[in-house]
Design a protein around this ligand. Structure first.
Ligand SMILES: [Zn+2]
Ligand SMILES: [Zn+2]
Length: 510
């Protein structure tokens, strides 16, 4: 396992001082500098938000004032301590999230290609999608209903007793139904895609399923690694005020502070939320082993469910003005295939990391989708701050490897609502975290984020054999049809798309 040596290297050489940037070793560990958490009181006269309207300093967003008088009076001191021209780079999360999506894709896909059973065993049944369906140009559909699975169709209750075709979802366990994927004998060498799934109806269908599987799981560990990397690279010593007695070389980015924002408002908190997302049975995957494996790990007739939509994770970002937005990098596995173009985010300093020129999965639920946010019926269960978490602050000091690992395991357990961190989570976390920290640090130290496009380019991966929208039920179906219906109307009237997702849907049908 390579993780131990990499972790040791990382600990000996704190990430804010990565060897590719500087050989400087700090005398003291990096300190955390948190952004404002709320609009509480004018930093000069202490008037509170109850008494008056408060505004944050437009340059740094680190302090608030009640009036321009207070701001002017405070300026000589404020300027010296925090602020002034080019002392803060404000990075809009809307222009930054695709970079995080590439980071997560890189890790997830690599890990899953090497370890996911459905990518290391061939598929011997035919879990092909249904007939062509076109949610914009043909929303009512000419789909023959006999092919649409109903709740009771094709239902062997015990996956081990049958060899399901893959056409219909079957019942696995506790009433959970999913599309069955039957796996053959494990292969020792790399599987060519056509031998991996010989009965795929088209190459596009095969590639899509492979990518869905490569995107499964690992949500919590990838998200946590990303959050810790942001904390480590953006909210540490770069914010030491001029008048503090600290070694200047501590500040890799030219004593510049970096702060995430959304639109005009600074991000005051970020972290991870857990909840459920609505998914149809045919969009869930279940894996059935048809052979005993030589190492005894898998037994004939055993099954595992794929990514669980009821244990779903997203990033949350809270703004100082009080709104909350979400980033979801885990829905491709559940067949919700919104993508973002990766190329422009891979142009700067990427060190030894893989650059992408295609699309990676991810969706940022910002203002533009506020009204359409009901689309996937996300039900939030738990919210867990990383930016303001003392344990997370400890970790990014990178002081003590054993204590850091213990802290990470506790964090994972807390985010999971008390359930213990598994050895697989620990291993993948320790494997990914140093890489994530290094890559975010490279980006921050070289200010590559300045070259990111303001608006990401969104795409939708709907292959022509997909029909799953037809089986949507209840509220989710209503939302999907309302939205795509409105899009279709706008399309007929020759109006331009009103947001990137609508544009992406249109493009995918050209
Ligand atoms: Zn004031
Ligand atoms: Zn300021």
């Amino acid at each position: 396992m390579r993780s131990k040596s990499r972790w040791a290297r990382r600990s000996a050489c704190p990430p804010t001082q990565g060897p590719s940037v500087s050989n400087y070793t700090p005398k003291s560990p990096p300190r955390i500098f948190l952004p404002l958490s709320k609009l509480e009181a004018c930093c000069l006269c202490r008037k509170t938000w109850r008494e008056t309207e408060l505004r944050w300093c437009q340059l740094c967003a680190e302090v608030v004032y009640c009036s321009s008088e207070c701001q002017q009076r405070d300026w000589p001191i404020h300027k010296r301590q925090y602020c002034g021209k080019s002392k803060t780079d404000r990075v809009d999360i809307e222009s930054y999230w695709p970079f995080l999506a590439v980071l997560v894709a890189q890790f997830k896909e690599d890990t899953n290609f090497n370890s996911h059973p459905a990518l290391t065993h061939p598929i011997i049944n035919s879990p092909n999608p249904f007939h062509p369906y076109h949610p914009i140009l043909n929303p009512s559909g000419t789909v023959s209903t006999e092919n649409i699975p109903s709740a009771s169709s094709g239902v062997p209750t015990d996956p081990s007793s049958t060899n399901p075709s893959g056409k219909y979802p079957i019942s696995f366990t506790d009433g959970i139904r999913a599309k069955p994927i039957v796996l053959g004998e494990k292969l020792t060498s790399f599987i060519q895609t056509d031998t991996w799934w010989p009965t795929a109806i088209t190459t596009a269908v095969r590639n899509k399923l492979q990518r869905r599987i490569a995107n499964e799981g690992l949500l919590l560990v990838t998200y946590l690694s990303v959050c810790l990397s942001l904390l480590s690279s953006m909210y540490t010593t770069t914010a030491i005020p001029d008048d503090e007695d600290e070694d200047e070389t501590l500040q890799q980015t030219g004593r510049r502070r970096i702060r995430l924002t959304y639109g005009n408002s600074p991000i005051s908190d970020f972290g991870i939320v857990n909840g459920s997302v609505h998914v149809e049975d045919t969009d869930r995957l279940g894996y059935i082993f048809s052979k005993d494996s030589p190492d005894g790990k898998e037994k004939k007739g055993e099954y595992r469910l794929g990514q669980d939509p009821d244990d779903h994770y997203r990033f949350y970002f809270q703004t100082l003005s009080g709104s909350e937005w979400y980033l979801d990098l885990g829905k491709y596995a559940l067949n919700s295939c919104v993508l973002v173009q990766a190329q422009e985010y891979c142009t700067g300093n990427w060190g030894r990391f893989k650059r992408y020129d295609g699309d990676v999965s991810g969706m940022f639920y910002g203002k533009e989708y506020e009204k359409e946010g009901g689309l996937d019926n996300f039900k939030l269960r738990r919210r867990f701050s990383i930016l303001r978490n003392p344990r997370a602050h400890d970790i990014v000091q990178w002081n003590d490897q054993d204590a850091d690992i213990a802290n990470i395991m506790t964090l994972i357990q807390e985010i999971k609502g008390g359930e213990e961190c598994t050895s697989w989570e620990r291993e993948t976390m320790l494997d990914f975290l140093p890489d994530a920290v290094e890559l975010v640090h490279l980006n921050v130290a070289h200010r590559d984020y300045l070259n990111f496009p303001k608006k990401p380019k969104i795409a939708v991966d709907l292959d022509p054999d997909e029909q799953s929208l037809v089986e949507y039920t209840g509220k989710a179906k209503e939302n999907v049809f309302k939205m795509t219906g409105q899009w279709q109307k706008r399309h007929r009237k020759g109006k331009s798309p009103k947001n990137p997702l609508e544009a992406a849907f249109r493009n995918s049908f050209k």
